[in-house]
Structure formats: structure tokens, C-alpha cells
Design a protein around this ligand. Structure first.
Ligand code: FES
Length: 147
């Protein structure tokens, strides 16, 4: 059901932890399953993501996608990090079962929330970045049957 890469990132998640005095911190949740993810970014003066850590209170797919997402954004600049969508993360993991696709959204939204926090702290605007959702289902209606 899960690819080898998913199992690897679930069993040995990369970049678990916190960054003290992080440049940006983003926390998002999935109200339907109750899972929560927090991402910390350390961004240098040139706008490059030097370090990224995460904490996830969530399912295995959420752990694996956060782990892969942190690996993907490290070393990237902000615009490149915005391209790390849940689709990109899933591709890097060789796919997720359809019922677990929503879990990968947590990682994408948490990165966006952390970038938003960074932009607010520095009084800048990041092109293409929308105000993050607190819950990944915000704005979505009548989709309860999915679960
Ligand atoms: Fe909640 Fe996967 S079941 S994030």
C-alpha cells in the first residue's frame, strides 16, 4: 500500500525537531482527523532556507510527507520553496494511496504558513503566497463523504 520511500521517511523521519529563534514558524491542522503539523524555517539574509525542521502529531503519511517536504525546501530560496507543493512531495515519495492524499496537504500548508510568518516578521510580501489556512479544510464545503 505504501511505497518504500514513504516507509523509509516514516521509519526514519528527517529533520524532526524545533529551530530556536526560527525565521518563520507555521502550524496547521486537519480538523477532520485532528492531526497537526508545525514547520520551522531558518532563512538567511539572501532569502535562502538554511534549515528546516518539523513536528507532526499525525498519521504516518503526514510524518513521511513532512519529512520529505523539509528535505525538499532545504537550500532553496523562497520562490523555489513555494513550488514544493503536496504534488511535488508525493511524487518525490513515489505516490501515496488516494485516501492519504489530504495528509500531504498539511506539509504544503505548514510551509506556506511558516513563510507567511517570516514575511510578517520582516515586513515583506512574498509574491504568490496567500494567507495560510489554519485548517487545511478551511473554505471547503460538503466534502464529508470523502472520509
Ligand atoms: Fe490526518 Fe493523515 S489522517 S493527516
Amino acid at each position: 500500500m505504501y511505497s518504500e520511500k514513504v516507509m523509509d521517511h516514516f521509519n526514519n523521519p528527517r529533520n524532526v525537531g524545533e529551530i530556536e529563534n526560527a525565521s518563520g514558524v507555521g502550524t496547521v491542522g486537519n480538523a477532520k482527523c485532528g492531526d497537526i503539523m508545525r514547520i520551522y524555517l531558518d532563512i538567511d539574509d539572501a532569502g535562502v532556507i538554511k534549515d528546516c525542521k518539523f513536528k507532526t502529531f499525525g498519521c504516518g503519511a503526514a510524518v513521511a510527507t513532512s519529512s520529505m517536504a523539509t528535505e525538499l525546501v532545504k537550500g532553496k530560496n523562497i520562490q523555489e520553496a513555494l513550488q514544493v507543493t503536496n504534488k511535488a512531495v508525493m511524487e518525490a515519495l513515489d505516490g501515496l494511496p488516494p485516501v492519504k492524499v489530504h495528509c500531504s496537504l498539511l506539509a504544503e500548508e505548514a510551509i506556506h504558513a511558516a513563510l507567511w510568518d517570516y514575511a510578517e516578521k520582516n515586513g515583506i510580501q512574498i509574491e504568490g503566497l496567500k494567507k495560510p489556512k489554519q485548517d487545511i479544510h478551511e473554505g471547503e464545503e460538503e466534502e464529508a463523504e470523502e472520509y
